[in-house]
Each structure stands twice: as C-alpha cells, then as structure tokens.
Design a protein around this ligand. Structure first.
Ligand code: SAH
Length: 359
C-alpha cells in the first residue's frame, strides 16, 4: 500500500466510506502525499504529456488568440491574463513569446496564475523567469478588471462524484474497505445527483452519472467576473458535451492506465469534463458560452499548419519531421484532435476570434 492508501484506510475506518470527490482531492492534493504535491507528472519521464509540453505551437497559437481577443475587448491598457492550473508554466511562456510582436498587449497584461501546488508554483516561476507573476490559490482571489482566462487540462483534475441508478433509486459510488483490508468501491443510497430533481431523465439501471460541483463552481466564478468586468475564458480539455453516462474516473502512471484505487498519490487521477454542465454554469452566472469546438478545428483555424511551416522553414529534415509529428499529435482525430475540446465563454457583446468568425 502507498503511504496515502494507509492514511485513507485509517480515515475510512474512523469516519466511514468517502465520496469519490474526497478520494480524488486527497490523491491529487494531499499536502504530504498528494500527486501534484509530490510528483513531477509532465513530459516523457513523467506520467503523461499535455499539449503545451508536446509542442510550443500550442501555447503560441493560444497567445495569438489572446491578442485577438484583447483587441476585440477594445485593447484595455491593463487587463488580467490568468491561467488555471498552469503545470510547468509552458503554455503561458509560449503564449507570451508569440504575443511579443504586440508590445502594447504584453505591457497591458498582468499575469495571474491559480495553482494549489507549491512545487508547481516553483516550476512555473522558473519557466516564467523575467515575467512578473502573481499566484493565487483560488479564482475568487483574482483582482477585478477585464480578464482573459486560460485553462488547459485543469478541469479534468477537479474532483467528481459518481451516482448510479439502482432498483431502489439513486446511489452514490463510494470508496470503502474490502474484507481483505484494501480500498474498494461500494454504493450508498443517495438523493438525486442533481439538486432538487430526479436526476438525469434517461438514466438506465447501472448507468453512472458524474457531477463535479467544484468544476461547476469554478467556471461559475470565472463567468461571473467576465460578465461583470468583461473578457473571455478558454477551457481546453477532454470530455463530452454533456448528459453522458459512464465511469470516466481514470488513473495514469508512467503513461499507462491503472486501477484508480491501486496507488493513491502515485498516479494521476482525472475524469472527463462535462462541458454541458460547464456551459450551463457559465450561462447561469451571466456569461455567454459558445458551442464546443474540437481542439483540431480550433488549432487549424488559428493557423497550425502555417505556423508549423514557418517553424520548419530552413530547418533540417529531422526538425521538420518532429514538427510534423507534433501537428499530428495535437490535431489528428486518433490523437488529441477530437477527444479534446475547446469551450469559450465571454461577457455578452464580445466577438471572439475563431468562435464568432464567419466560417
Ligand atoms: N495546464 C498544464 C497542467 C495540467 S495538470 C498543462 O497543460 O500542462 C493540472 C494543473 O492544475 C496542475 O498544475 C495542478 O497542480 C493544478 N490544480 C489541480 N487542482 C487544482 C485546484 N483545485 N486549484 C488550483 N490548481 C489546481
């Protein structure tokens, strides 16, 4: 058993089974044994690789999108450029480098990062050397003013709860202890997963329905500020457009899937993002969500191919092959291209590049 598994077994013996959300939060964020507190998850030697770590072009194109969004906002002389869960800080560094051509954008941008892991804050400071950065633990701590908010593979790390319909009504999937002393999943009778309702109307027995209260609350806070101060948010993640059923809780270590209960604190735990729920929470908070776009379409419309061509010009064959393979990994349907989706949310009355462009 991992050290965190021992802690969790003791906690469950004392307090009873825990929700999947509490389990996820402990595995990822426990101050002593949590995954993001203790491990270096990103990149080839880590457990998984994210789009900004695959290619500099990803952050660069998002930087160009941010410049165009800032122009649509009326080029405010000061605005907040925020990122949620920046990992190693690579996306922000690439975005700022690509935006350098617009010196007035760079001068206007106040960089704010939302990051809970002290270890990753240090990594971000290292990557963003020379840039003035302010860190916060929560979106609610961001100062006022117009904002552009970025989040790549952040929402998939937020805790979810799982509900399932049984013959006796809804039940919640919990983490408890098996007779052999190991962690195991079980069910506990529950009220409806949706506040006040009967749960999703088309649920069949044994369907699993996932809810992330934290994800909905965070996008709600972002949307409220956008509605009040103006601006836009870009949420990039893997997930589904909403009202989908299925257990999407997954654990990854060393680029392989494993049982989510096998090694608490030593594997990354994520769940698919319910973009429908995020859009609804954003709308409820007074902002305008746009229809989902695949990562492929988003990057292509921002000129991924042209960017790759420019980057590869006058380079040797090996470099050009590497760039071509990065384009494939980011945009191909059998890689990240269609599994990953982009949700844009903004204040009303803003014409967002890509999302509101004429096709
Ligand atoms: N965006 C980066 C990293 C994604 S991993 C990339 O694409 O490479 C998820 C990131 O979110 C990590 O930096 C993690 O520490 C942070 N994170 C997870 N839960 C958080 C929370 N509740 N509050 C703040 N940051 C969180």
């Amino acid at each position: 058993m991992t050290p965190l598994a021992e802690v969790l077994v003791r906690r469950i013996r004392a307090d009873g089974p825990m929700t999947i959300a509490d389990f996820m939060a402990a595995c990822l964020g426990d101050p002593r044994h949590g995954y993001y507190t203790t491990r270096e998850p990103f990149g080839r030697g880590g457990d998984f690789i994210t789009a900004p770590e695959i290619s500099q072009m990803f952050g660069e194109l998002i930087g160009l999108w941010a410049v165009a969004t800032w122009q649509a906002m009326g080029t405010p002389a000061s605005f907040i450029l925020a990122e949620l869960g920046p990992g190693r800080g690579t996306l922000m560094a690439d975005a700022l480098r690509a935006a350098r051509l617009r010196t007035d954008f760079v001068a206007a941008a106040r960089i704010h990062l939302i990051e809970s892991s002290p270890r990753l804050r240090a990594a971000q400071a290292e990557t963003l050397r020379g840039v003035e950065v302010t860190w916060h633990g929560e979106v609610a701590d961001l100062p006022g003013g117009p904002a552009i908010v970025l989040a790549n593979e952040f929402f998939d790390a937020l805790p979810i709860r799982q509900f399932t319909k049984t013959a006796d009504g809804w039940a919640e999937r919990m983490v408890g202890i098996a007779p052999d002393g190991k962690l195991t999943f079980g069910l506990r009778p529950a009220a409806s997963p949706l506040a006040g309702g009967d749960g999703p109307p088309n649920a069949a027995p044994d369907d699993i329905f996932e809810v992330s209260r934290m994800a909905n609350a965070i996008i709600g806070q972002v949307a409220e500020r956008l509605a009040g101060h103006g601006g836009a948010a870009l949420v990039i993640d893997y997930g589904h457009p909403g009202s989908a059923f299925g257990d999407t809780l997954q654990a990854v270590a060393a680029h392989r899937y494993q049982d989510p209960l096998a090694a608490p604190g030593e594997a990354d735990l994520t769940a698919h993002v319910d973009f429908g729920a995020l859009a609804e929470a954003a709308r409820d908070a007074g902002a305008l969500p746009r229809p989902l776009v695949t990562q492929r379409d988003f990057l292509m419309r921002l000129g991924l191919r042209q960017r790759a061509e420019r980057l590869g010009r006058d380079k040797d064959e090996v470099t050009r092959m590497r760039i071509a393979s990065e384009v494939q990994r980011l945009a191909d349907p059998d890689a990240m291209g269609t599994l990953f989706k982009v949700l844009a949310v903004s204040s009303h009355g803003l014409a967002l590049p890509v999302f509101d462009d004429d096709p």
